[in-house]
Every structure is written in structure tokens, then in C-alpha cells.
Design a protein around this ligand. Structure first.
Ligand SMILES: CC(C)(COP(=O)(O)OP(=O)(O)OC[C@H]1O[C@@H](n2cnc3c(N)ncnc32)[C@H](O)[C@@H]1OP(=O)(O)O)[C@@H](O)C(=O)NCCC(=O)NCCS
Length: 211
């Protein structure tokens, strides 16, 4: 399938989502890669990873870029040659990118029961508003996605998902919320806003620094 969805957050920030339903050969057919990225692709043991990687290049094309515009820092954070910010995510059948002139982060997750088992590892202050009886798995998926998106925006600082990242109660809102990173040890604090939506049992979250 080609592009699954485009979200125009505003004239500066766009999100592109791909549903990966092609074969690997079909995805590969039209894509040119930098040598270092070809090397990386060839080292991926899982077909699912290779398809996720290739579909991101399709999304780059949709956004007006190619693989040759994409670079990574030593921590794996991607950037674009024209100075715009980009964040990348893939999960099973979907991949997504967000492109903006401001710092942004994105995460897509398949909703799975497993998230309930690992909730204690990443839920901190959010326990105050979470209700086990009400959309628990869905709300945990939003919190996890928001924290992953924030992590991707924070230049690989060693932040604790549980202690340093605080997602404020979003459960009365349809698709957005606010968050705070407050890490005294690293003397780092920042406010964010995030947006989320679900489709086909996946949760997509993207975050921006609070405007
Ligand atoms: C790096 C990390 C955020 C990737 O998230 P993920 O859910 O495993 O995978 P996603 O598909 O959503 O994201 C992968 C993309 O993130 C991007 N990425 C990798 N490292 C990054 C970094 N340091 N900063 C920003 N973006 C990064 C890359 O673009 C990568 O895709 P690509 O290499 O194919 O281009 C994640 O592995 C991680 O380290 N999380 C923080 C630690 C953590 O999980 N703590 C849990 C506490 S309970």
C-alpha cells in the first residue's frame, strides 16, 4: 500500500504514515541508498526490520527528501541535510516520520496486552489518573508512546521514563495532552505537548516542545 495517512499538524510540521503491505522487493525496487545505509540494511536479519527501514525511505520521498538527505548522530538520532528536524518510528505493519523546523519526536506502537505487564517500569506520576477499569491498555499505550517520543527529542540524555517524565492527565481529551520532563540530577526541565491517535490497533503519538 502507498502512503496510509498524512497529518498536517500545521504548515511547519507534518506527519507521514506508511502501511507496510508490499513485499520487500517491491519496497526496494525504487529506492537508492547511501552506502552506509545499504550496509546497515544488509545487516538486518529480520525481514520486518528491513521492510520498516525501506518504508521510511518511501516516507522520506513523500516528504520531498531521499535517503541521501538523512543522517544519524552517534546515538542514532536522525537529522535532515536542510536543517529540518525529523523523527522516525516503525512497528510491525506501520512506519511513520514527522518533519518540522522545530524539535519533534514520534512513536508508533502496536497495542498489546504485554504493556500491562511492564507498566510498573514506566508509570510514575501517571498512576494518579490511570484507571485499571477504563481503557487501561489504550491509555498505557499513549503514555509509553509519548515517553518514547520525548526520549527521541532529548538528545539521548539518561532520563528515567518513570521518575523524570510526567505525562499529565489526557484521558478527558480526545487526542492531545501535555507533558513535563523534570530531571534534577541532569538539571534538565522542559514542557511538551503531544498528540495521539489510534488506527488498526496501533497508537501513534507525536510530541513537540510546548509552544
Ligand atoms: C531509541 C529508541 C527510542 C527507539 O524506539 P523503538 O520503539 O525501539 O523503535 P522506533 O521504531 O519507535 O524508533 C526507531 C527509530 O528511532 C530513531 N532513534 C534511534 N536512536 C535515537 C536517539 N538516540 N534519539 C532520537 N531518535 C533515535 C531512529 O530513527 C530509529 O529508526 P531508524 O534507525 O530505522 O531510522 C528506544 O530503543 C530507546 O532506547 N528508548 C529509551 C530507553 C527505554 O526504552 N527505556 C525504557 C524505560 S522503561
Amino acid at each position: 500500500m502507498p502512503l496510509y495517512k498524512t497529518i498536517v499538524h500545521n504548515s511547519d510540521t507534518q506527519i507521514f504514515v506508511w502501511k507496510i503491505s508490499e513485499t520487500e522487493a517491491a519496497l526496494n525496487a525504487t529506492i537508492q541508498l547511501q552506502d552506509k545505509h545499504l550496509h546497515r540494511l544488509n545487516g538486518m536479519l529480520s525481514e520486518q526490520h528491513r521492510k520498516g527501514f525501506l518504508s521510511v525511505r518511501k516516507l522520506l520521498n513523500e516528504a520531498g527528501y531521499t535517503d541521501f538527505d538523512l543522517n544519524y548522530d552517534t546515538n542514532g538520532k536522525p537529522s535532515l541535510a536542510d536543517g529540518k528536524h525529523i523523527s522516525i518510528t516503525h512497528s510491525y505493519d506501520f512506519s511513520a516520520i514527522i518533519v518540522s523546523s522545530q524539535n519533534v519526536g514520534i512513536d508508533i506502537e502496536k497495542q498489546r496486552e504485554k504493556i500491562i505487564k511492564i507498566a510498573d517500569k514506566f508509570i510514575g506520576s501517571e498512576a494518579d489518573f490511570l484507571n485499571i477499569e477504563q481503557n487501561y491498555k489504550e491509555n498505557l499505550s499513549v503514555i509509553w508512546g509519548a515517553k518514547e517520543a520525548l526520549y527521541k527529542m532529548c538528545n539521548s540524555r539518561s532520563l528515567s521514563f518513570k521518575q523524570d517524565m510526567h505525562i499529565h492527565d489526557f484521558t478527558q481529551n480526545i487526542n492531545q495532552g501535555t507533558a513535563l520532563i523534570d530531571c534534577k540530577e541532569l538539571n534538565f526541565g522542559c514542557k511538551f505537548m503531544f498528540h495521539f491517535e489510534t488506527f488498526e490497533n496501533y497508537t501513534l503519538v507525536y510530541a513537540l516542545e510546548n509552544e
